[in-house]
Design a protein around this ligand. Structure first.
Ligand code: ZN
Length: 321
């Protein structure tokens, strides 16, 4: 891979042949994809949405990567900020295998259900604007790894680990060369603007509709059992000392559950959970020595507080059944 030292605003070389490319989803530094290169072979991990595809091709041009070099397009799970652009991207790559979790594959073959689900949440206007028509992917170009299966990319080994909890169709990928894990949403999220001298501010993400706290905590512990030196978060970027972060993350999963349960009988349950989560974020960020104003914090975390509250609300309903 050519590296001319004048990278665009939207990509960053983090080492070990790994670049973070901003998908452009919603705002800068909100959702990443990763381009991994080894001995002339390239893997793209996470695809963002339709609007990410031209960004990726622009990045390839800067780096002198040809579409023929792309061996794998991998999505950690099929939520649309991770996989919405996959079909459109695959259409433009001639030799590429699409790698997806067993439980997500059928939704990529036939995206009608994903499209209907997301349209119900966001409305048709917003769905069309952000995601557009989802392009189906042919089953013949798909690889569905089993738990702990290894795929090689150049000289490196990518190990696929089943990690339910955020979603049942979620795997994470351990990369032996960087000793790092591509964790999608399983290892939570940490926006860079909330990083302080105390480190990244990591929080779980419980987007509807499959949040399962017991499974999520097991998956976080399983990631740590590989002794990774770093994790590559989709939201957003590389963070180090994952073992330290995992302790915080596990305790915050418990805190979310506590907030949900406290609001179980609240007639305004969703609103109550959302307000309690935002209050929790503000309190924790103050202890994290965050110097952003309350308004800036609310702006950074408003969408996540809402999505997390929705996911916890769905989880409470599933317990009641
Ligand atoms: Zn996500």
């Amino acid at each position: 891979m050519r590296d001319e030292g004048n990278e665009s605003m939207t990509s960053k070389d983090v080492g070990w042949g790994i670049h973070v490319v901003d998908t452009g989803f919603q705002r800068d530094n909100m959702a990443a994809c990763y381009v991994v290169e080894d001995a002339g072979e390239v893997a793209i991990i996470e695809t963002g949405t339709k609007d990410t595809v031209p960004r990726l091709f622009e990045f390839f041009e800067q780096q002198g990567i040809t579409p023929e070099q792309v061996k794998y397009v991998i999505v950690t799970h099929v939520h649309l900020d991770h996989a919405g652009g996959a079909g459109l991207l695959m259409q433009q790559l001639p030799n590429t295998t699409f790698v997806v979790h067993e439980k997500g594959a059928r939704h990529m073959v036939d995206p009608a259900k994903l499209q209907a689900g997301a349209t119900a949440v966001y409305g048709k206007v917003e769905f069309d604007r952000t995601y557009g028509d989802l392009v189906p992917i042919d089953k013949d170009v798909m690889k569905i790894p089993v738990d702990e299966e290894v795929l090689t990319l150049g000289g490196r080994r990518l190990t696929f680990i089943d990690t339910p909890g955020h979603a049942r169709h979620h795997f994470c990928i351990f990369d032996d060369k960087s000793q790092g894990f591509f964790t999608g949403d399983t290892f939570g999220l940490a926006y860079q603007e909330l990083t302080t001298r105390k480190g990244p501010f990591i929080i779980p993400t419980t987007t509807p509709v499959q949040f399962d706290p017991v499974a999520l905590k097991q998956s976080i512990k399983r990631i740590i059992s590989y002794n990774p030196q770093r994790v590559f978060l989709t939201h957003y970027g590389m963070v180090e000392q994952p073992e330290v972060l995992s302790e915080v993350l596990l305790s915050r999963v418990d805190k979310y559950v506590e907030i949900a349960q406290k609001n179980a009988d609240n007639p305004n349950r969703l609103q109550g959970i959302m307000e309690d989560i935002m209050a929790f974020f503000l309190e924790e960020l103050a202890m994290h020595d965050c110097v952003l104003s309350k308004d800036d914090i609310v702006t950074a975390l408003r969408v996540d507080a809402m999505l997390n509250a929705q996911g916890l609300d769905v989880w409470l309903s599933s317990l009641a059944k």
